[in-house]
Design a protein around this ligand. Structure first.
Ligand SMILES: [Zn+2]
Length: 274
């Protein structure tokens, strides 16, 4: 549910938002969970993630205070963000209703990426502000993307490619399930497939069955020599010599099967992951 206001923010694309969502689900310990109580997570786990989330509170306010919105996020100075919600929204979220959870995830998206109150809102005439057309600089578009990518990660879209099943399994509204599948299929179509990718996937599959948790010293050394990725924990992420992002867990699976950065296939593989 979008508010009636929008405001320009730092440019951010869908790929980055989807990658961030995977990281956040991991940090929150819900990476492989299809269903969860997001209100409970927002109140009890999210504030400990640090950054913009520090001191976050979810507070029930009378309907009249929220100008007809089910939820509004504020960023008070020198305090954590405040997500104000109606009693109805809180009750819906306690029952894990899909629509209530999606509203909370949208506000969570604002806290993730936007740490200032919208200028239009401060000016008091936000209803007159129309949506920003350049999606990647629109706060509302970013919050919607953050919500959808958090609610419907790729792994579940691959598992349940039918909107009705995806909605049921992952507690999404039907519209969101359909939108998530549509976005996913467009993204896959736009990926360029390297001719050797099939061979790589085959070897990766074999290697993943006897994956070592520890890397051999020379392989570990090669990993540590790689460049850091901006804004990413260098323990988990590095850049390959071609500049593509590599997750350590994937690298651990690759190295036992003999694939190395020098093969160039790593480039193709991570191109697929973008
Ligand atoms: Zn919003």
């Amino acid at each position: 549910m979008s508010e009636l206001r929008d405001w320009p923010v730092k440019r951010l694309g869908r790929d980055q938002i989807r990658r961030d969502s995977v990281d956040l689900r991991k940090q929150l310990g819900i990476h492989s969970l299809k269903r969860f109580n997001f209100l409970e997570i927002l109140r009890n786990r999210v504030p400990y993630l640090g950054g913009n989330f520090t001191g976050l509170q979810v507070i029930v306010r009378p309907v009249a205070d929220l100008s007809g919105h089910p939820a509004v996020t504020h960023f008070p100075k020198r305090q954590g963000a405040r997500i104000f919600i109606t009693k109805d929204l809180e009750e819906g979220a306690q029952k894990e209703h899909a629509l209530s959870q999606r509203i909370l995830m949208h506000e969570f998206g604002h806290v993730r990426y936007h740490d200032q109150a919208p200028k239009a809102y401060l000016a008091g005439n936000f209803e007159a502000i129309s949506y920003i057309e350049d999606n990647e600089t629109s706060a509302e578009w970013q919050a919607d993307e953050a919500q959808l990518s958090f609610a419907a990660p790729d792994q579940f879209i691959k598992q349940y490619p039918d909107p009705r099943t995806l909605a049921k399994e992952c507690n999404l509204t039907f519209e969101d399930a359909k939108k998530a599948i549509d976005i996913f299929s467009i993204t896959v179509k736009n990926r360029s497939e390297h001719p050797a990718y099939t061979a790589f996937k085959r070897d990766l599959f074999i290697a993943s069955k006897n994956e070592n948790s520890e890397l051999p010293p020379e392989i570990e050394g090669q990993w540590l020599a790689l460049d850091h990725a901006a804004g990413r924990d260098p323990f988990y992420y590095r850049l390959c010599p071609k500049g593509f992002l590599i997750a350590k867990e994937e690298y651990q699976k690759m190295t036992p099967c003999g694939w190395r950065f020098s093969h160039g296939i790593i480039e193709a593989y991570f191109n697929m992951q973008q």
